[in-house]
Design a protein around this ligand. Sequence first.
Ligand SMILES: *[C@@H]1O[C@H](CO)[C@@H](O)[C@H](O)[C@H]1NC(C)=O
Ligand SMILES: *[C@@H]1O[C@H](CO)[C@@H](O)[C@H](O)[C@H]1NC(C)=O
Ligand SMILES: *[C@@H]1O[C@H](CO)[C@@H](O)[C@H](O)[C@H]1NC(C)=O
Length: 406
Amino acid sequence: MGLKLKNVLPMFVFLLLASTAKAQSAALDVTSEKYGGKPDSDITQALEKAWTDACASTAPSKIVVPKGTFKFVGTTFKGPCKAAIEFQLQGTLQAPVDGSQLPKDDTWIGFDNVDGLTLSGGGTFDGQGAQSWKNNDCNKNRQCKSKHINLRFHLLTNSKILDVTSKDSKNFHVNLLKCEKVEFNGFTVSAPKESMNTDGIHIGRSTGINITATTIGTGDDCISIGDGTKDLTVTNVTCGPGHGIAIGSLGRYPEEEPVSGINIKKCTLTDTTNGVRIKTWPASPKDSTASDIHFEDITMVNVGNPILIDQEYCPWNECKKGVPSKVKISNVSFKNIKGTCTDPVAVKLACSPGLPCENVELSDIDLKYTGDKGPITSVCSNVKPTITRVAQPLACATSAAAPASA
Ligand SMILES: *[C@@H]1O[C@H](CO)[C@@H](O)[C@H](O)[C@H]1NC(C)=O
Ligand SMILES: *[C@@H]1O[C@H](CO)[C@@H](O)[C@H](O)[C@H]1NC(C)=O
Ligand SMILES: *[C@@H]1O[C@H](CO)[C@@H](O)[C@H](O)[C@H]1NC(C)=O
């Protein structure tokens, strides 16, 4: 028995209407009459209002900040929201130059407790941090006043940060805490070499984060990986200038959680002070672990210390040196790492005398020293790595305990 056309047609029309209704969930343009945002003026209230509407919408919605420059004093966009939200930044949002004008002490723009956020549009979050870097004494003063992070993601899940740029943040550019399943793809960080404390992406206590096709030039770590990070994949990331890709620092505070499942692949570092490193503090208050960490297919161009495990990380002499780190490092590999370095110590594995590193592998390491402070070399302590296809000077040439570098 065949279906009659008059029965099928209404069904077809209904489906057609339903699908167009979904596709058309109208964009919430902050410059529309409803929100009233204007170029070159402060759109904080317009954007907050658009967020409130988007967050209440039961259908997926899209916020649009069109091309142009807009001032934004800062806010935290809070969830939970009823459906996915795309935040399309086509123009530039500018933070106040004077940090005291921002409503929060440590954040310019926050996203808190949001599921299914997409940040897109090709625009720029401009933290206008040049003034703050000059006043930053956090390299010597531990009680220094905290500065504003451009983008703070807290409890963000199933989300994507796409082709947007974070520029000249006053502090870290991006900080993820307690996030799950977040992808960065086509993201850019841009700040000068002299900008202090401006880590590109910092990840802590987060699981299932992917960072790919991302370019990070800044004054501090390109990507820094804090305690409690699990299942992180970094591929096709370009770093420089800055301090390279770092796990840590770990082992400074009592409540730290283990780090595991870190894969850093196919990255290029240019003119960075370090390449790939794991750093832990001596005299850790508690036992912890960092394991299953793999660096593969990394190109170094004029990098200070390309390969580094430093378990005597103690900047500004703020720790009890000589008391071993209690962070156990195991199952770490450095494979196919090539290029040039500007410090003769190209490989340094300074593991904890209290908890030697275990299962460390070095293979296919090919680095050339471009300076004139003697021959290229490597220094290893409290570790017996498995070494495959590594030239003698890079294969733990010296096994004496070496002084730590900052
Ligand atoms: C991250 O990448 C892995 C494979 O490399 C994939 O299985 C996973 O779904 C990705 N996660 C996100 C959040 O994109
Ligand atoms: C790597 O990232 C760059 C952008 O930084 C992109 O243009 C390129 O297509 C990516 N390559 C692959 C293989 O994904
Ligand atoms: C290290 O790897 C070995 C073998 O691959 C595995 O049995 C062990 O559980 C791993 N240890 C950690 C702490 O990941």
